[in-house]
Ligand binder design. Structure first.
Ligand code: SF4
Ligand code: SF4
Length: 407
């Protein structure tokens, strides 16, 4: 029942999100340059209470099995003393739960053991550099790198699945090859990249240029091709789906290599990667495929109960204090528009890849103020490949949609 598509009018829309990201607090002692939560040094009186957090979990249960994953984020999620009870309640109800705490003194053995005890499914930590000077320069919290690496050792000791996340900015982009090797050495099951989107404290001056973004997409394609661990682009990654398919078709001889514009950054990163890989014994991790069938994109519940399409797209579509999440998700006109390529504007409306890409809606909104505007940092010119392949027909023939896992 729940696997059925939500609307016959919009075959791209599903009844439930794959995950509910909950910002359990905006309190955080760190001062990261790129904080999208605009974290504060005090707890907000608007935060969901323990009882309301339980009610949020009850609302997730209304989506019925298989439930959306609960992704707990912050602020510093471990600053909430009730967080273990909340996780236990979700786990007792068979919901998969992950947590992304800050690398503060709360990230200690006692708290990590408590997370293990209540059955956390994975811990996701942010790492912005392979060395202390690079990581700490983002974080505004002395000793953050040391706390992070110590915690990673404990997490590995406890056998909790570890995911590492990196915000890619002008400051660290040149070090992506070193960071990939470092993340692999830290025994992470996956590396998740966030291309900086100017939301909250994240300043546009740290955002990559359009060609640099294309170069990062191409570099990530090479990392995925190494096939040693999961690598994905979580924020700003929609056009990567276009790059992935183009690179595959180039490998198959269907497209010529010159349909992709490789910039200097890509050449630099690739050269460094090849050298590092030849000198390193990379660990091979099992690459798990996340279930997808019947799920739409994730959704974000802010600390005060407001619901947004994502943590990077601060357009309120409801509030769980006033309405059920299931109703908010299924009746939102904004989600409907985001999920259907026919509403896209500019070159994204014309693009032969828009049924699988749609551009980054958060980036469009952050830069232009219009969440349906063309992705302002995608360099692709629609129609570039039309003499070689009819992409719309190709995607339709193979049933590839926005929700298809293509890598
Ligand atoms: S650790 Fe996270 S919540 Fe805290 S300031 Fe940094 S980005 Fe914001
Ligand atoms: S033009 Fe828009 S739809 Fe096409 S690849 Fe770029 S971002 Fe995606």
């Amino acid at each position: 029942m729940n696997d059925e598509k939500f609307s016959s009018e919009n075959p791209h829309r599903y009844k439930k999100p794959i995950s509910v990201m909950w910002e359990c607090t905006i309190f955080c002692q760190m001062n990261c340059l790129h904080c999208k939560a605009n974290a504060k040094k005090e707890r907000s009186p608007m935060e969901l209470s323990t009882e309301e957090a339980f009610q949020l979990i009850d609302q997730i249960l209304e989506f019925r099995k298989p439930y959306p994953i609960l992704r707990i984020t912050g602020g510093d999620a471990l600053a909430r003393e009730d967080i273990f009870d909340i996780i236990k309640y979700a786990k007792d109800n068979d919901i998969e739960v992950t947590i992304a705490p800050s690398s503060t003194n709360n990230l200690n053995r006692i708290n990590l053991e408590k997370l293990k005890k209540v059955g956390i499914d994975a811990i996701a930590l942010s790492i912005d550099g392979h060395e202390a000077y690079l990581h700490d320069s983002f974080r505004g919290y002395k000793g953050s790198f040391e706390i992070l690496t110590k915690a990673i050792n404990i997490i590995n000791d406890l056998g909790i699945p570890l995911r590492l996340m990196t915000t890619v900015t002008k400051i660290n982009v040149n070090y992506l090859p070193e960071m990939f090797v470092f993340v692999n050495k830290l025994n992470a099951e996956g590396w998740y990249l966030y291309l900086l989107i100017p939301v909250g404290r994240a300043s546009i001056k740290y955002e990559l240029e359009p060609q640099e973004i294309e170069d990062v997409y191409n570099f990530v394609y090479d990392l995925i091709n190494l096939n040693v661990m999961k690598v994905d682009i979580i924020a700003g990654g929609e056009p990567f789906r276009r790059v992935f398919i183009m690179r595959k078709l180039i490998e198959m001889g269907v497209l010529k290599e010159n349909v992709i514009k490789f910039g200097d950054l890509y050449k630099y990163l690739k050269k460094k990667l090849l050298k590092l890989v030849s000198e390193t014994n990379l660990k091979k991790k099992e690459i798990k495929r996340v279930r997808r069938k019947g799920f739409g994109k994730g959704i974000f519940v802010a600390h005060d109960g407001r619901v947004y399409p994502s943590s990077f797209l601060p357009i309120e579509i409801g509030n769980i204090r006033k309405a059920r999440l299931l109703d908010i998700y299924n009746n939102s006109e904004i989600l409907e528009k985001i999920s259907n390529p026919k509403y896209l504007k500019g070159k994204c409306s014309l693009c032969e890849f828009n049924s699988i890409c749609r551009g980054c809606r958060s980036r469009a909104y952050a830069i232009t103020g219009d969440y349906l505007a063309e992705d302002p940092l995608c360099i692709y010119e629609p129609g570039t490949i039309s003499k070689d392949i009819n992409m719309r027909e190709f995607l339709e023939k193979f049933g590839i949609t926005f929700y298809t896992r293509i890598y």
